[in-house]
Design a protein around this ligand. Structure first.
Ligand code: ZN
Ligand code: ZN
Length: 374
């Protein structure tokens, strides 16, 4: 922790105005601490202003003066009026990506992996200050391993409020359009040898077969469909347009990585940086006129008549895992009919999407990956 590097003692907590840090130490150490804090702030932190308030002078030659504090601690948040904002959700960081693709890691294939550098923030918050108890993660008590990370200043999950793992965190499941459970998350040890009953693998297979899947993730529920038509002409994108009553407005696609993006579009350095940023935005890119022979051809219905394509990279472990198994681009769009508000909760999604699915009964299989977080 930075304060300890400068030999400072004191406390830090969230309050309604932001972060309150109380430090004791020599003046030059405190100045250096504040200077470094401004320059090397945590990845997702935004510092709008630093207000300094000198509380009292301490005689450092007198041990009695220092008896009020020892070390540097994170203390309970103070619940004053909220005058501060909350960081936006952030795309999965490289370290968490390495975790989910490492078969020896306890978070191997875990779709809700996050840390202080990435993961949900704004979309899970119920109140300020931003603490686990004020988020939708409060119903998931951390296991001993997660608690150890949460309490270790040297760990990148130190005070990561949505910290979770397969033992203690949210689970995914897959259900069909009648509400019948198709597949549920398997126990941790079985992740080491992925098998086809995993919801993500089943979902990827269904997308390959041109099913439309409702995926509940950061920021609401989205419909996912294969962005590539079959050789026989079967098109999930066409079906999606009918279901959403969206005849021609362009869809955005999500690709596995930059390499897959480059097969379909020209990408400048600036666009590449933007795509890979923690905001994971949809970036409008110039379509390639010709794609390489080993790339699956995109459906002509994605952005009819356009020379550009809206493209994004996976922003949550769930999307990374899905795209990795599928190894093809998907169309990802909000799960609502045109001009209707976006579905954000499971019941709303079931009600609305089941109506649509009834219309397509026997024509299309509608499956859902549903987050447990409400
Ligand atoms: Zn991370
Ligand atoms: Zn855990």
């Amino acid at each position: 922790m930075l304060a300890q590097q400068f030999g400072l003692i004191g406390t830090v907590c969230n309050d309604g105005d932001g972060v309150l840090i109380e430090v004791q130490g020599k003046s030059f150490s405190i100045n250096a601490f504040i200077d470094t804090l401004s320059k090397d702030k945590p990845t997702l932190a935004r510092i709008d202003a630093i207000e300094r308030l000198k509380k009292r002078h301490i005689d450092h030659t007198d041990p009695e003066s220092l008896k009020t504090a020892s070390g540097f601690e994170v203390i309970e948040s103070s619940h004053s009026n909220a005058n501060t904002g909350v960081t936006a959700d952030a795309a999965t960081c490289d370290a968490c990506l390495a975790d989910i693709f490492d078969e020896h890691n306890r978070r191997h294939c875990y779709p809700f992996t996050n840390c202080t550098h990435c993961g949900p923030r704004l979309s899970i918050i119920k109140g300020i200050p931003y603490d686990r108890a004020q988020t939708s993660m409060d119903e998931f008590a951390m296991c001993s391993s997660c608690l150890r990370e949460y309490g270790s200043p040297e760990d990148r999950r130190f005070h990561a409020q949505p910290n979770a793992c397969p033992e203690c965190g949210p689970k995914i499941w897959l259900e069909d359009n009648t509400g019948k459970l198709v597949s549920t998350a398997v126990k941790k040890q079985r992740y080491k040898n992925p098998i086809p009953d995993m919801p993500i693998i089943k979902a990827a297979l269904a997308i390959r077969e041109k099913a439309i899947i409702a995926v509940k993730g950061i920021g609401g529920i989205h419909l996912a469909a294969c962005a590539c038509d079959d050789d026989s002409g079967v098109s999930a994108v066409k079906k999606l347009r009918l279901k959403k009553q969206r005849p021609c407005k362009p869809f955005a696609i999500m690709v596995k990585d930059i390499a897959m993006a480059a097969r379909y579009c020209h990408i400048s350095d600036e666009e590449r940086t933007l795509l890979a940023s923690s905001a994971a935005p949809i970036v409008l890119l110039e379509k390639r006129k010709r794609i390489s022979s080993n790339a699956s051809k995109l459906s002509a219905d994605i952005a009819p008549g356009q020379t550009t394509l809206g493209l994004m990279l996976p922003y949550s472990p769930l999307h990374h895992l899905l795209l990795n198994v599928l190894n093809k681009p998907i169309v990802l769009t909000s799960a609502n009919a045109s001009n209707e508000p976006q579905c954000i909760d499971n019941d709303h999604a079931r009600e609305n999407l089941s109506d649509i699915a009834d219309y397509f009964y026997y024509i299309i299989v509608l499956l859902k990956i549903v987050w447990m977080i409400q």
